[in-house]
Design a protein. Structure first.
Lengths: 224, 388
């Protein structure tokens, strides 16, 4: 159960290198799409990787919270608190009708906020092993946020003005007791799971709109 | 969560928000209490007036297990209590989950029970300073068993007679119960060091350890360890090393220790009385054997300190072999030996035929073959001497 931060940093630096490696061909006006196509694939791969990582992290964390939180059919009510964690569940027609920009922006905003909440969690959690796993996961999640930002930039979309620092206290009051805090933590992990599952679908959809194969043909036609 | 089911649900109820209650359904008292192992507790669950639930609609679980109805007691129309006796230590450090449910299993409220023991005095504080630049200390928790509660350890230190308490910040540098003080340490002055352990049930302070940084100095292992043969002596090896460079500016006498073992044995032999020199001869060794040798250093008597320092780590093992006596039986002597007579005769015939039938191979002859044998013998000898 060895966690090497190098793994996530490796992916992160690889992504950064790939994103920066856009071909500088002024004659080719679809060079941005070539870069975006690769980035979308990489972002998709990263969401699958994070999904896998989250399974282990969630398992450990829920065991730390203790039963009934780690029971498979556990489904507590989401109590009336300010909607602090952005929800992934969305009307199906609405989801289908999202523009590329809106789709990417929703992902970017969601993960930025989820990252903030996870970092707060990291400061409070009891055991050293959990803190280590959380730190590793946060690093990977940060990579995902940057990757989504990279895709948006390469497609010419502006980055949404996300929360720069930790969430405002008025928008997210801390849980009034330890049990409610455990419930908040449970829902944070659940929403993270749902978002990663949804993002895979989002990026799959985006992939189909920006196929790299089409661009390759155009390159050959121009004699490169 | 099954993805197709979720999509189906969204399809069936498009755009319908989840019904959110306006306040918490119920309140448990006491909320998140801390208790000693073996104590008893009576907890009450009071349903909020907004909810149409009565006491008989409720039940309790502890860590997911339903509590027997015999331990329940109705205190009011919407208040149910439960009696817990002789509590065991908490199942997880985040607290036991005591939950009040409605009849259909829904969660109305919860309370985290922290059941455990106060910490015991941490013991066995040992510290060492690497090259007088820092101080690392480790200790052991006093409790043989568990406290069941999350216990925080704080290492504190101060200069004796004056100065205020300082707190160590870098934990877990040399194991779970350790801390590292990287700077601002004074020499020639005694320090008082202690560890405070605290959890929800109390605090325990270790005994104070008094030390002078100069008395607990350790250093890097000796560098440039070379092991070589002593001429042709079969039972001896010579070990040479350099004193650790980090302490070369300070006045100290070093003690060294050497340990060595045969290649395929795990038993180390230790040479203890090496003193302040940087070379040593190992004797009484087995001929023709590969040995692994390590050296370590103790910088005692730094600045005249009377106490022994702390031994460094062992240097990386260096290998060398003792010579084997050369009782040559069947060794090849190309000048006089007629051992491979058949081979030589055949070769001579071959070279004669080559001279007749091949062009530009006039140099090829039995003399060349003899020269090759001599060269082979010489290079074999040098390859046999194992040097590191």
């Amino acid at each position: 159960m060895e966690l090497r931060a190098g793994d996530s940093w490796g992916i992160f630096t690889f992504l950064c290198a790939a994103l920066c490696n856009l071909p500088a061909l002024p004659a080719l006006n679809c060079s941005e799409e070539l870069g975006a196509g690769q980035s979308i694939q990489q972002t998709y791969d990263l969401t699958r990787y994070l999904e896998h990582q989250l399974r282990t992290l969630a398992g450990t964390y829920l065991n730390y919270l203790g039963p009934p939180f780690n029971e498979p059919d556990f489904n507590p009510p989401r109590l009336a608190r300010a909607e602090r964690v952005p929800s992934a569940t969305v009307d199906l027609d609405l989801w289908r009708g999202l523009t590329d920009n809106a789709r990417l922006a929703a992902n970017y905003r969601a993960y930025s906020r989820l990252l903030c909440y996870l970092r707060v969690l990291d400061g409070q959690v009891g055991t050293a092993e959990l803190r280590h796993r959380l730190a590793h996961f946060c690093a990977s999640l940060q990579g995902l946020v940057l990757s989504i930002g990279g895709v948006m930039s390469s497609l010419g979309y502006p980055l949404p003005a996300g929360p720069a620092g930790p969430p405002a206290p008025s928008g997210a009051p801390p849980a009034p007791n330890d049990f409610l805090k455990k419930m908040d933590d449970f829902w944070l992990l659940k929403e993270l799971q749902t978002w990663l599952w949804r993002s895979a679908k989002d990026f799959n959809r985006l992939k189909k709109k920006v196929p790299p194969a089409v661009v390759t043909l155009r390159l050959e036609a121009r004699g490169f | 969560m099954a993805p197709p089911l979720l999509l189906l649900a969204l399809l069936l109820c498009p755009g319908q928000p989840r019904a959110e209650p306006l306040s918490y359904p119920a309140v448990i008292s006491p909320q998140d209490p801390t208790l000693l192992i073996g104590s008893s507790l009576v907890a009450t669950c009071t349903v909020s007036p907004d909810f149409p639930l009565k006491a008989e609609d409720l039940y309790w679980t502890l860590n997911g297990r339903r509590l027997p109805a015999a331990s329940y007691s109705t205190l009011g129309p919407s208040t149910l209590s439960v009696a817990l006796a002789r509590l065991n230590g908490s199942r997880q450090q985040s607290g036991d989950n005591l939950v009040c449910h409605s009849r259909d299993g829904g969660i109305l409220a919860g309370s985290c029970l922290y059941v455990g023991l106060p910490p015991e005095k941490p013991v066995n504080i040992t510290c060492w300073s690497k090259n007088m630049k820092d101080l690392t200390c480790k200790w052991a928790p006093g409790t043989e068993g568990e406290t069941f509660l999350h216990t925080n350890y704080t290492l504190k230190y101060k200069r004796r007679w004056y100065g205020q308490d300082n707190t160590c910040q870098e934990y877990h540098t040399a194991g779970t119960y350790s801390c590292h003080i990287p700077k601002d340490l004074a020499l020639f002055t005694p320090y008082e060091i202690w560890v405070e352990a605290s959890n929800r049930l109390g605090v325990a302070v270790s005994d104070v350890v008094m030390l002078d940084i100069l008395d607990v100095v350790t250093t890097d292992p000796p560098s440039d360890v070379h092991v070589s043969r002593v001429g042709d002596l079969e039972d001896q090896l010579s070990v040479r090393w350099s004193s650790p460079p980090a302490l070369k500016d300070f006045l100290f006498q070093a003690k060294y220790q050497i340990q060595y073992r045969v290649e395929d044995s795990s038993e180390w032999k230790v040479v203890d009385d090496v003193g302040n020199q940087t070379s040593c001869r190992l004797a009484g060794l087995r001929p023709g054997t590969v040995y692994f040798v390590q050296v370590r250093c103790n910088p005692f008597s730094i600045y005249g300190s009377k106490k022994a320092g702390i031994w460094s780590d062992w240097s990386n093992p260096t290998a060398a072999s003792t010579p084997r006596s050369e009782r040559v039986a069947g060794g090849c002597d190309p000048k006089g030996g007629e051992q491979n007579t058949t081979l030589r005769r055949e070769l001579k015939q071959f070279f004669g035929w080559v001279k007749k039938h091949a062009y530009g191979c006039s140099n090829l002859g039995i003399k060349l073959y003899d020269q090759w044998r001599v060269w082979l013998q010489k290079s074999h000898k040098t390859r046999n001497q194992v040097v590191n």
